[in-house]
Design a protein around this ligand. Structure first.
Ligand code: GLU
Length: 306
């Protein structure tokens, strides 16, 4: 029943891919097929359902920010976090610079936008930036239950070559003392984390873990604390789709995180984890068809948390 539903919804919504456009500001991402669309669902009994291009690899981009955030929450108290980064929604784009100067005592508004994610890496445990990066990459593999996850080198190099907006954010934060590490090293870790290659199945698996309050679907073991899962889902709900988060809360109503690679990780608490991929984006950087697909699914299955 779920399988048929996914297949029919996917074909019903594929035409939305034509209304969006693949990201071009990272040249390598512009090579993606804009008409791709895939979905994978993990229910909490461990059953997996999928349709469309669910196994086509794509880069995590901002979806990696939630795993970085989980590591930050494991390694810090909320008070330490709030000294550097808050959890306030932003009404500006994901790479906006203006708030860093004018608001919030130079702290990034939240860890789901670029400035917040770059600053978050520094808060992860590790002797140096390389160790912090390794800890986050290992956490992605662990939570997705896929040890073969790797960085897509072409996307990484493309980001590194063209990531001047992120450089501007990071150098500004260094000038205000928000970050202390070597800026290029920190950015290098950030670019590599954005370029981690995954499939809908990998992100559905991470989403299912969040849906299950951090407990493994396989044996009930606690892989992430319930408290951290709760915090991450709250911040995903308020900040996960950048400045589109409010509208998305109304139309879909699920804690989610999008990335400019076209992925959306969506959590239906105590029901299922969902991974969607559709690289044609809307004006805010969210998957155009992906959001429509999730909207329709949330409506048909009454998934909204509100
Ligand atoms: N690597 C992308 C950037 O830094 C991530 C943006 C995103 O997915 O929102 O611009």
């Amino acid at each position: 029943m779920m399988q048929e539903l996914l297949e029919s919804m996917l074909e019903e919504h594929r035409h939305w891919t034509k209304m969006g456009a693949v990201a071009t500001y990272i040249p390598e991402l512009s090579k993606q097929d804009s008409e791709s669309l895939g979905i994978c669902v993990y229910d909490l009994t461990g059953e997996v359902y999928h349709a469309g291009e669910w196994d086509k690899p794509f880069t995590m981009q901002s979806i990696s920010k939630i795993v970085t955030f989980m590591c930050v929450l494991q390694d810090n108290t909320m008070d330490t976090l709030y000294k550097k980064i808050t959890v306030a929604p932003s009404s500006d784009g994901f790479n906006s610079i203006v708030n860093l100067e004018t608001k919030n005592e130079h702290r990034p508004l939240n860890p789901m936008i670029n400035s917040g994610a770059i600053a978050s890496i520094e808060l992860v445990k590790g002797k140096n930036v390389e160790e912090k990066y390794e800890r986050i990459l290992q956490m992605i593999r662990f939570l997705a239950d896929n040890p073969s996850i790797e960085v897509n080198q072409s996307v990484y190099l493309s980001e590194k070559e063209t990531g001047d907006r992120n450089r501007a954010l990071a150098y500004f934060m260094k000038s205000t003392g928000t970050i202390e590490s070597d800026v290029e090293e920190l950015l290098d870790a950030y670019f590599r984390l954005c370029s981690v290659e995954i499939t809908c199945k990998d992100i559905a698996s991470i989403a299912a873990l969040l849906a299950n309050d951090g407990k493994s679907l396989r044996d009930g073991r606690e892989l992430m604390s319930k408290k951290i899962c709760k915090t991450v889902k709250a911040v995903m709900t308020t900040c996960g789709l950048y400045d589109g988060s409010g509208e998305y809360a109304v139309s879909v109503g699920l804690p989610s995180k999008s990335g400019v690679g076209g992925g959306i990780l969506a959590v239906s608490p105590h029901k299922m984890g969902i991974g969607v991929f559709g690289p044609a984006l809307d004006a805010k950087g969210n998957s155009m068809a992906g959001v429509k697909l999730l909207e329709s699914m949330a409506h048909r299955l009454e998934l909204s948390i509100f």
